[in-house]
Design a protein around this ligand. Structure first.
Ligand code: MIC
Ligand code: SF4
Length: 643
């Protein structure tokens, strides 16, 4: 039996375990990336491990999330990350150089390699034939130290593409269609692999748009083969030597099959407040809009920007609409400037932002009250834009640009003549904003610089014999890490200050939650299905840990968040019977009398609701290694103990 692309990537990096769906496999990691909002914590953790130099083939530290610098905090964090990078053998992509995933694709992505990044959109690298996965900062720190990265062997879904996209229908519409069919829970425990004739019609940046937003399916990652088109992209980036071919065997067997005829797709949009609430733009109708934001790691490539510029050329942004554009990297911005496309954007009235995440993570450009905003981003979770009652629609750059001119949501096919934008034969390559690390001999002279905003991590405890605590919060299905630990301009500067962050925990759902935790000293959270979807931020585990959360009991978890809970030493449990969820109320006193014994002896965990007298059976999906981590009180303790 042959292998799929994903299976080949796993097989060639397998360190431990068996490639059997559902069992834990350990992988050797070739490359890592971090961004600043998760990176400060990841490098604090790396420093705590006492390892002198990274052991990966390549590690890059990007600064792209937190670039507003409204106070000293961000600048201090950037300096800290830069100094660790210099000392420990990591390349440092300076603020202004661009969004981590866009820059990584342009300058470092290599077919056939593994990459983990402390950001959930790391699967962007799947567009160039990498096995690229999002992970918590601690997992990335361990991988930088040469440690193994563990995943549950996923099912492989074959998304078979036929046909060719029609004019004004884009890669964004492909992934929106996949989201429409599979939903935000549909990818959990799976790798999405793209095959078929249609693959050949998509450039690397288009493929990367699709694998990037595969994160919204909850998938482990998404991947495309590496072919002649991949080679042409690498050639244009001046690094054809990084190319190698990677394709599925003709007799490869997939676990699931989906077929999409590209020529049958139409422009789509994800409606507020979930990326899978997808409808045809034509069906939603011409709703009035207040804002358009173009950019983010999903849609900020040169080709995306050139199309936007071509649409805007000679027009003016509609009255009462604000249009912001953030090109994805210095390379993109520079090329736009040199060929005049930037001038077309400026002339039309676009507000040009620096090459960074910006509005995507609520760093500015929050819409007006009840504002309707079209964004080329990947997430439209409630409140993420910074305006609680805003309605965010996720669309393609073409839909966004055409609508910015008309002032209403518009099917871009109404723009008329098709656009003819081709990938350039040569990108302008200038890596002068990527600082190289010090040599091993000079590394000792480099000092790691800590700012006053950097506070120690919360203390973890070994798993006790029993847990007795109140259900301090009960939430529904599809809770995102943006609910658990919001981001945005006011909070993001404090990513290295867990005590400060804790006052905003679950602020979107229940402002009183942090105070309740402080009063009680300890607690349990009850959640629905797909709890913790979205970002990779380990703060969504570290902050509850700081607030005394001992266990989270849900119908199901999202992959990265579950790993982050385990790494933090918080017990992730599931209802054996999901219907039991309704029987527990917020405020009930819950008791897990023999939890340690039960976990040690592989028995179900029994939960007694002391308030109602009812008893429930709970299950858990923990490998032996994960159990040891929980018993030790988190991955840092476990690593220290095993050393
Ligand atoms: C996001 O898109 O939510 C983020 C901000 O990039 C996060 C990382 C973070 O919270 O720092 C992600 O996707 O992992
Ligand atoms: Fe940045 Fe947005 Fe991409 Fe997250 S999704 S990495 S915030 S651009």
């Amino acid at each position: 039996m042959g292998y799929t692309v994903a299976q080949k990537l796993i097989k060639s990096h397998l360190v431990s375990g068996e490639m059997k769906v559902g069992s834990e496999v350990g992988l050797r990691i070739d490359q890592t990336l971090t961004q600043d909002a998760t990176g400060t914590m990841a490098y604090l953790e790396f420093e705590a491990m006492g390892i002198k130099r990274v052991k990966t083939e390549l590690s890059v530290a990007y600064v792209d999330h937190n670039t507003l610098q409204t106070g000293f905090e961000n600048a201090d964090d950037h300096r800290f990350i830069g100094s660790v990078a210099k000392k420990r053998g990591i390349r440092f992509s300076r603020p202004g150089n661009g969004i981590c995933h866009q820059v990584h694709l342009e300058r470092f992505g290599k077919p056939g390699k593994t990459l983990i990044g402390s950001d959930s959109h790391t699967p962007t690298g799947g567009g160039i034939g990498m096995l690229a996965m999002g992970a918590g900062g601690l997992d990335v720190a361990v991988a930088m130290g040469g440690g193994t990265y563990y995943i549950t062997m996923p099912k492989i879904v074959n998304v078979h593409l036929t046909g060719k996209l029609s004019p004004y229908v884009t890669a964004k519409d492909v992934i929106l269609e996949v989201l429409r069919r599979m939903t935000v829970k549909g990818g959990v425990g799976k790798i999405i692999e793209y095959t078929g004739e249609g693959v050949k019609t998509l450039s690397v940046p288009e493929r990367a748009t699709i694998t990037n937003m595969g994160a919204e399916l909850g998938a482990t990652t998404s991947v495309f083969p590496s072919d002649e088109i991949t080679k042409a992209f690498l050639e244009a980036q001046g690094r054809v030597e990084d190319w190698s071919e990677l394709s599925a065997d003709s007799d490869a067997v997939y676990d699931e099959y989906i077929e999409i005829d590209l020529s049958s797709l139409e422009p789509l949009a994800a409606m507020p407040h979930m990326p899978d609430k997808v409808k045809k733009v034509s069906e939603i109708g011409k709703i009035k809009i207040d804002q358009v934001c173009i950019g983010s790691c999903t849609n900020s490539s040169l080709m995306d920007m050139l199309k936007v510029a071509a649409i805007l050329k000679g027009h003016t942004v509609a009255e009462n609409v604000s249009l912001s554009i953030a090109p994805g990297s210095k390379q993109v911005l520079n090329m736009l400037a040199l060929n005049g496309a930037l001038s077309d954007m400026i002339n039309a009235g676009a507000r040009i932002l620096e090459s960074a995440c910006g509005p995507c993570i609520g760093m500015g450009q929050s819409p007006n009250s009840k504002g309707i905003s079209l964004r080329t981003f990947n997430r439209n979770f409630e409140g993420r834009s910074g305006t609680a009652d805003a309605g965010i629609y996720l669309v393609s750059p073409e839909t966004a640009a055409v609508s910015a001119i008309t002032g209403v949501l518009t099917d871009p096919r109404e723009n008329g003549e098709p656009l003819h934008i081709l990938m350039p034969d040569k990108f302008i390559v200038n890596d002068n904003m990527i600082e190289m690390p010090a040599s091993e001999e000079d590394a000792d002279k480099v000092e790691v610089i800590y700012g006053p905003n950097i506070k120690p991590f919360p203390k973890t405890e070994k798993l006790p014999e029993s847990i007795e605590a109140k259900a301090l919060l009960k939430v529904g299905d599809d809770i995102t890490t943006d609910h658990i630990m919001p981001a945005g301009a006011k909070i993001l500067p404090y990513r290295s200050n867990i005590p400060y962050l804790s006052q905003f925990c679950f602020g979107v759902c229940d402002k009183e939650f942090p105070d309740r935790c402080k009063k009680e000293g300890k607690g349990i959270i009850i959640g629905g299905a797909n709890y913790g979807q979205g970002s990779s931020r380990e703060h969504a585990a570290l902050v509850p840990l700081y607030l005394g959360i001992k266990a989270v009991i849900t119908k199901s978890f999202a992959r990265i968040h579950c790993a982050n809970l385990i790494n933090a030493g918080i017990l992730p449990l599931n209802f054996k019977n999901p219907d039991d969820y309704v029987k527990i109320s917020e405020g009930d006193l819950l008791s897990l009398k023999n939890v340690k014994d039960e976990i040690l002896s592989d028995k179900p965990v029994m939960l007694l609701d002391e308030t109602t007298g009812e008893e429930f059976e709970l299950k858990y999906d923990l490998s032996t290694r994960q159990k040891d981590i929980i018993l030790a009180g988190g991955l840092l303790n476990y690593t220290r103990e095993s050393l």
